[in-house]
Design a protein around this ligand. Structure first.
Ligand code: SAM
Ligand code: SF4
Length: 338
């Protein structure tokens, strides 16, 4: 039986044509954001009209379909997920889906001081909070609109709200924050958090810097860290394209997300939904299916929705081909859901 037939014969699990089991969905709930990070967005962005964004019910239906098909983990993202109206209701609806093991979120943290506890109470399992600098002026420069004091306040509340483990996400850019690798890692260790260092990807055309000049590879970050921390391989795996090291003598792990320097596509376990309902098979390719159209032309037809998801998975590419010198993918990260 070839992999294609095998896939059709077993529709309760999502297995792509390269034999990879997909059990992780990243669901973007909005393309809008209260920040404008230089590497993620242009300064002057046009956002989608609200009617084009999936409604709360559509987001819930799509999540339900994926979970029925075997997805075990859903990460809510954006844009900034916390500016989406009724996000708490959505977390609660998704957290109660039978079969789902975990609902998580990636946020810039700005609104967490008000929302961390309600999110925890609604069933959010873990939370990733982005931060690229611990210097107030630089934080402001990189995010264009952010306020580091507010971020710290949010972190304090998030820690008190009882999340198991908070993970920080940091994009390191040469000449902007590559001198803060150690400070950021120390901050994570001192606060018993994990931290992932992410290589900048060439998603969307930006004017603030040349991405080919700012790329810092995970190996370069790791070299800096190994001079100051004792790091050992961690057993933890997300089953996806990130690698973790345990900081010896601490509760913290350091992760490396290396889409530019290291290709982990062969172990990819994830797919994405954009805020407008495009089912995106790979971050670095445009292969997708318009599931909003499916849902709006056949409201309530969950059988059709699941069949379309299964059909679309046939076109999951084998790998991405990112090149920091080229912006082949014009879609910005806020559209995609990081
Ligand atoms: N607004 C939320 C936040 O910032 O955490 C969630 C969405 S954001 C797109 C998710 C993650 O993608 C953030 O950690 C951000 O730093 C990262 N990101 C954005 N643009 C990126 C790029 N071009 N390359 C690599 N990571 C990027
Ligand atoms: Fe907004 Fe997150 Fe993009 Fe920054 S990285 S502009 S916080 S979506």
């Amino acid at each position: 039986m070839d992999s294609h037939n095998h896939f059709l014969a077993n529709e309760s699990s999502l297995i792509d044509p390269f034999g990879r089991t997909i059990d992780y969905l990243r669901l973007s709930v909005t393309d809008r954001c209260n920040l404008r990070c230089t590497y993620c967005m242009a300064e002057d962005m046009t956002f989608l009209p609200r009617a084009q964004i999936l409604s709360l019910e559509e987001l819930r239906d799509v999540a339900t379909a994926f979970v029925d098909l075997g997805v075990k983990k859903i990460r809510l993202t954006g844009g900034e997920p916390l500016i989406r109206r009724d996000i708490i209701k959505l977390v609660s609806a998704i957290a109660s889906l039978p079969g789902l093991e975990e609902v998580t979120m990636t946020t810039n943290g700005m609104l967490l001081s008000k929302m961390a506890q309600p999110l925890k109470d609604a069933g959010l399992g873990r939370i990733n909070i982005s931060v690229d600098s611990l210097k107030a002026d630089r934080f402001k420069e990189l995010t264009r609109l952010g306020d580091l004091d507010q971020w710290h306040k949010s972190i304090r509340v998030a820690k008190e709200s009882g999340f198991n483990k908070i993970k920080l996400n940091t994009v390191i850019l040469a000449g902007f924050n590559d001198d803060e690798v150690l400070d950021l890692a120390h901050y994570a260790v001192d606060n018993e958090m994990d931290i992932s260092f992410i290589e900048e990807m060439p998603l969307g055309a930006i004017s603030s810097h040349e991405r080919s000049e700012t790329l810092v590879t995970s190996d370069q970050v790791r070299e800096q860290l190994e001079r100051n921390f004792s790091l050992v391989d961690s057993v933890e795996t997300t089953g996806g394209p990130s690698r973790y090291l345990q900081v010896v003598g601490s509760k913290s792990k350091i992760g490396f997300i290396s889409p530019m320097s290291n290709n982990f596509c062969s172990s990819c376990n994830r797919v994405r939904m954009t805020a407008e309902g495009r089912f995106l098979l790979c971050l670095g390719n445009e292969n997708s299916m318009d599931l909003r159209h499916v849902m709006r032309s056949h409201p309530g037809d969950s059988v059709l929705l699941k069949a379309k998801i299964v059909e679309a998975l046939h076109s999951k590419p084998e790998r991405h081909h990112f090149d920091p010198n080229r912006t082949d993918i014009v879609r910005f990260m806020n559209m995609t859901g990081g």
